[in-house]
Design a protein around this ligand. Sequence first.
Ligand SMILES: [Zn+2]
Length: 133
Amino acid sequence: MYLAGVNRPVDTGDTYFAEVSHLDVSGRTEARHRINQRPLIRRMPVSGIKVEARIEHTRWIVDCENCNGAEFYFEDGLFLCTQCGNSDTVGKTKLVRLPKIRRSIEDILAKRKIINRHWYPGETLKKLHEGGL
Ligand SMILES: [Zn+2]
C-alpha cells in the first residue's frame, strides 16, 4: 500500500494514482481508471468557474462546492467531481487555481511529519513556517 507523502512532500492525483496503479492492491483498478479518464476530462467543456486547491494530509485536493465532496487535484488543472459530476455546471469542468508559492509551500511541508502537512488558500509562508512539525 502506498501512503500519500511517502515519495514526495505532497501528492497530486497524478502522482498518487500512478503509485497505486503499480501495486498489487485492490485499489489498483480504480487508480488506473482515474489516470485513464484524464484525457477524456481534458476534452470536456470547461465552465467559467474557478476553484482553489488546498493541502490536506499531504494531498493536493479540491473541495466540491456543489456536493461538499473532495477530490485529488490533477496537474491538468481541471476539476470534475466523481460524486456529483459537477451537476451545478451541467457536467462542465472547473478550473483549479494553485498558489504561485506552491513549491515553497511543499518545501516547508516536506520538513513536517506526513500527518501535519496541511495548507489552506491564503495561508502565508510565514504562518506556515510557524506551524507545527
Ligand atoms: Zn461534487
